[in-house]
Design a protein around this ligand. Structure first.
Ligand SMILES: CC(C)(COP(=O)(O)OP(=O)(O)OC[C@H]1O[C@@H](n2cnc3c(N)ncnc32)[C@H](O)[C@@H]1OP(=O)(O)O)[C@@H](O)C(=O)NCCC(=O)NCCS
Length: 176
C-alpha cells in the first residue's frame, strides 16, 4: 500500500465542506492527533452538520487526512474561532494545516470575518508555529492572553489555554 506522504507530492488533497458521513472518520483522526482533546463522536457529527460551512475536511485518495473545526462566534460575526486543527501524522510538514486555514478564511461563510481566534497550550509548538505562520503571511497583528486558566477554569485538570487573536487585513484576507 502506498504511503500517504508519497501520494501527497502529485495529487494534492481535496479540501471540502464536511458531511455527516465524515463524522466517524474525523473522530478517528482527532483521536490519533495528540495532544488534541478527544471529543465525543456526537460532537464531531454536529460539527460536520451544523457547522459545516466553517469546517474543513482534507481528503486524499478517499481518506480523511486533515480537519479544521471552527465557527463564527454567535455574539460576534466578525470573529472566526478555530477549535481544532488535525493533520494525519503521515501528511504533516507538507503545508496542509496552512492550506486548510487559508481555504477556510476564503469561504463565503467567512466573508465578514475580520479576526481569527484560537486557544493554544504553551507547550504545543506545532500549533504556535502553524498560527504564527498564518499571521506572518498576512503581516497581521497578533495578541496572546491567558484565557481558560489551569487553576480557575480547568480546576487543575488541563493546562492553561492561551487565546491567540489574529487581526486580518480585509484586502489581504480576500486575496488569500
Ligand atoms: C499542528 C498541525 C495541524 C500542523 O499541520 P501541518 O500540516 O504539519 O502544518 P504545516 O505543514 O502547514 O506547517 C505550518 C507551520 O508549522 C510548523 N510546524 C508544523 N509541525 C510542527 C512541529 N511539530 N513543531 C514545530 N513546528 C511545526 C511548520 O514548520 C510550519 O512553519 P514554517 O513554515 O515556519 O516552517 C499538525 O502537526 C497536527 O495535527 N498536530 C497534532 C494536533 C495539534 O496539535 N493541532 C493543533 C492544535 S489546534
Amino acid at each position: 500500500m502506498k504511503h500517504v506522504r508519497d501520494l501527497f507530492k502529485t495529487p494534492t488533497p481535496v479540501l471540502r465542506v464536511p458531511e455527516r458521513k465524515d463524522g466517524a472518520d474525523i473522530w478517528e483522526l482527532v483521536r490519533a492527533c495528540k495532544p488534541l482533546d478527544e471529543n465525543s463522536m456526537y460532537c464531531n457529527l454536529l460539527q460536520c452538520d451544523h457547522f459545516r460551512d466553517t469546517c474543513v475536511v482534507a481528503e486524499l485518495d478517499g481518506k480523511v487526512v486533515g480537519w479544521v473545526s471552527a465557527y463564527v462566534l454567535p455574539y460576534d460575526p466578525q470573529t472566526l474561532f478555530v477549535w481544532q486543527v488535525a493533520v494525519s501524522s503521515d501528511a504533516r510538514g507538507c503545508g496542509l494545516g496552512s492550506l486548510m486555514l487559508n481555504h477556510l478564511i476564503g469561504r463565503d461563510a467567512c466573508e465578514d470575518v475580520t479576526r481569527l481566534q484560537t486557544t493554544i497550550t504553551s507547550d504545543n509548538q506545532a500549533s504556535w508555529s502553524l498560527f504564527r505562520r498564518f499571521a506572518s503571511q498576512r503581516d497581521a497583528n497578533v495578541d496572546v492572553q491567558a484565557y481558560f486558566t489551569q487553576a480557575l477554569h480547568f480546576r487543575e485538570r488541563h493546562e492553561t489555554e492561551h487565546m491567540m487573536t489574529i487581526q486580518l487585513e480585509e484586502q489581504l484576507r480576500k486575496a488569500a
